[in-house]
Design a binder for this molecule. Structure first.
Ligand code: GTP
Ligand code: MG
Length: 206
C-alpha cells in the first residue's frame, strides 16, 4: 500500500514538474494555524504568483470556503474516517483544478502529527507547523513528522508571553531529529515574521 502510494506520488511530482508548479505539503496537529497561515500567505503572494490549494479534512468544507473567499482555486478533499491525505487523493484533486504554469500549490493535510508523515504526496517540500500552545516537546514525541519535513514553522509567537514554550528548546529537539530543518518563527494572525517565510517561498520557486 505504501509502495503504491510512493509510485503515485512520483507521478504527481512529474505532473507538477511538467507545469513548473512548486508544491508544499503543510502538516501539523489540528488547529496549529495551517489555514490561517495560508490565508496570510495568499494575501502577500497572490499579486505576484499563481496559487492553488488542496484542503484535506475528515469532514466539512470550512477550510476550502476560507480559501475560496480569497479567490484562489481550491479543492476540498474529505477523507471520512481516514486520518491523512494520500497520493491517490491528490492525483484526483490536481486533475480537477486546472493548475496554471509557474504557480504554487499548497496542500493542507489533515490535522494529525502521526499518519501524514508516512505518505508522500508528490510535494517538493514538507512544512510542519507547530504552534506555541502545543508544548516545545513535539519533535521528541512525533519524530517521523519532523524527520520527513524540510521546514518547521513555529506559529502563534504572539502568544509566547502567555505560555510555557521555549523556542530554543523546541528547535533543539527538532534539530536532534532532523539537522537539516529550516525554521520560521511567526504569527499568522499578527503577521510578525511572515515576510521571511514569504521571501523564502518566492526564492524557492524561482
Ligand atoms: N493567537 C494566534 N492565533 C492563531 C494564529 N494562527 C492561527 N490562530 C488561531 O488558531 C485557530 C486555528 O487556526 P486554523 O488556521 O484553523 O488551524 P488549522 O491548522 O488550519 O486547523 P485544522 O485545519 O483544523 O487542522 C484559529 O482560531 C486561528 O485564529 C496565530 O499566529 N496566533
Ligand atoms: Mg485548517
Amino acid at each position: 500500500m505504501l509502495l503504491e502510494n510512493n509510485l503515485l506520488a512520483e507521478r504527481n511530482r512529474g505532473f507538477l514538474e511538467a507545469l513548473n508548479v512548486y508544491c508544499l505539503n503543510l502538516v501539523s496537529s489540528p488547529g496549529s494555524g495551517k489555514t490561517t497561515l495560508l490565508e496570510q500567505t495568499i494575501k502577500l503572494l497572490k499579486p505576484k504568483v499563481g496559487l492553488a490549494v488542496i484542503e484535506g479534512d475528515q469532514q466539512s468544507m470550512n477550510d476550502a470556503d476560507r480559501i475560496a473567499a480569497m479567490e484562489v482555486p481550491v479543492v476540498q478533499v474529505n477523507t471520512g474516517k481516514g486520518c491523512h491525505l494520500d497520493a491517490h487523493m491528490v492525483s484526483h484533486a490536481i486533475k480537477k483544478m486546472e493548475l496554471i504554469k509557474d504557480s504554487i500549490l499548497f496542500i493542507e493535510n489533515v490535522g494529525n502529527l502521526v499518519c501524514p508523515a508516512m505518505f508522500d504526496l508528490g510535494e517538493n517540500k514538507r512544512v510542519v507547523v507547530v504552534s506555541v500552545t502545543e508544548g516545545d516537546d513535539k519533535a521528541m514525541k512525533y519524530p517521523y513528522m519532523f524527520e520527513s519535513s524540510h521546514v518547521c514553522i513555529i506559529n502563534k509567537i504572539d502568544l509566547l508571553p502567555y505560555v510555557n514554550f521555549d523556542v530554543e528548546t523546541a528547535k533543539k529537539h527538532a534539530l536532534r531529529i532532523n539537522h537539516r530543518l529550516e525554521f520560521f518563527e511567526l504569527s499568522a494572525t499578527s503577521t510578525q515574521g511572515m515576510d521571511a517565510w514569504v521571501h523564502w517561498l518566492t526564492d524557492q520557486c524561482r
